[in-house]
Every structure is written in structure tokens, then in C-alpha cells.
Ligand binder design. Sequence first.
Ligand code: AMP
Length: 290
Amino acid sequence: MMKEGRPRVLTRPQEIQAAVKAYRADGLTTGVVPTMGALHEGHISLVKAANAACDITIATIFVNPAQFAPTEDLATYPRTLTTDLEMLASNDVDLVFVPANAEMYPDGFSTYVEPPAVAKRWEGESRPGFFRGVATVVLKLFHLIPTDMAFFGQKDFQQALVIRRMVEDLNVPIEIRTQPTVREADGLAMSSRNRYLSQPEREQSLALSRGLAMARSMAEGGERSGKAMVDGVRRVLTEAGIHAIDYVAVADPETLEPVAEVTGPVVVLIAARVGTTRLIDNAVVGPAVS
Ligand code: AMP
């Protein structure tokens, strides 16, 4: 269908809900891409997937305070609204929802989603309260934007699983689609936080994707030991001078429980700090099929 040149930007919950209901009453399908802004090609790949699958594409930009711990980077999280809106405009987004904190969390707000079991480990342990904040804001967005589909990135592997499980467990009538991680040419997974990296840190950070490549070749080369793969990835990180490793995991891609013996696909999850910047990356790897 023909799209206008500029997205409509809405800030009020009532406005976005009415706009989305109107699209659906007109028989149009909608896809939503939730983001925290500071957009890059990873986010745009989700927009493109929504454009391809739905009549109407909606993006949300909201730096969700509920998912940041007091020690984390809420205050300094990059905010680039003008360029974000330009990027969304040139990628055929119809509607952008940019709520204020006070609209999402008015005085007296006190109801939170208890996240599913897949939220327990890894990010759940490293960032207490993180998935509670994510699940709460995503469920709020799903109520404000009663969309057909919602698009998430595999970059945040555990987050996508948490949302899938939440939607299943709580009977949310929205189809969740997960899109592959978009990387820089040298392998670094795109992230809004990459802009914090100095040039030497930017080079160091390549150890994350190198570690994943190493895990892939180990698995494809017949390595069966999850622990050996974890050790291999840790070695790649430490040899690059990355010592602040939150976790390296070889886990079941559905349950995220650690895998001792690799007999099928596993997800390799990494979280580490490069300088003061916390980076995450992951890949699904497995024995080569002959
Ligand atoms: P964020 O703005 O970081 O909260 O991310 C918003 C959405 O974009 C989430 O579903 C992320 O998983 C997704 N995303 C972030 N980085 C990438 C990437 N490099 N490739 C694909 N999706 C991404």
C-alpha cells in the first residue's frame, strides 16, 4: 500500500491505542517494533521484516526505566530522537509511539509482570529486575498497541524467549517474530551501546564474535563437551584482554539450561564488559549435519 513520507509521532497512550484500533477496523494488519531508540541497522532489519509481513508498521521508542538497575546507564543511555525519526521515515514506518516516563509509569504505578522461568539464568542473574522491567513494559505496549505481530532481535536471545513465553503463558493474541542479529562488517553485533566504545575497546570487542565463531567450529568439529566450549570462548575473551566476563554459557536454546553434552543445537551466550560498556552476543551452533 502507499505510505506517507513521514511517520505520525504519537506520545499519548490513548492516541496510539485509538490509532491502532482504527487501522485494524479498516482491515489492515499491523506489526510493532519495540525499541529504546538510538537506532541502527539491527532495529531497521526489524522494521523491514514488519514492512514485509504487515500493512502497517509501528515503532516504539522508550528508554524503559523499569529495566535499568540504579547502577546502570539509564541517565546516559544514548538518546537520538531526531535521527531515529529520520531513519524510521526513510524506512516506511507509519506510526511511532514515543511516550513520556510519566505516561507509562504515572505516580502510584505498582503492578509488574513476574517473568517466566527462562528469565532466571544469565541476564536474569547478572541484571536482577531486568526481565521484570522488560516483561512489564512489553506487556503494557502490547495492550496499548493491540497489534497482529511484534518483532524482536535474536541479538537479545533470552529477551526474545522471555517475551515468547510471556505471550504464551498470558494468552496475548500477538504473533512474536524473531529476526537474526545484524552485525558490522567485522562481526561486531550492532548495539546502541557500541557508540560508548573507544577505538581500542571497539577492537577488543571483536573477541565476542570471534569467541562465538570458535564455539561454532568446535561444535561442528565434533566437540561434545559444553564445558570445553565455554572454556574455549572464555579463553578467546581473556586473550583479548576482556576479564570482566558476566557469563559464557552453552545452553539449551528453548530452556536456557546449561548443556553438558552437546548432541544437537545449543545457544552460546556471552555477556562481558569492555571498558565500562557491557556487551552481549550469542549464536546458535551445533554438530555438523552430515
Ligand atoms: P533495544 O533498542 O536495544 O532495546 O532493541 C530493540 C530491538 O532491536 C530488540 O528486539 C533487539 O533485540 C533488537 N536488536 C538490537 N540490536 C540488534 C541487532 N544487532 N540485530 C537484530 N536486532 C537487534
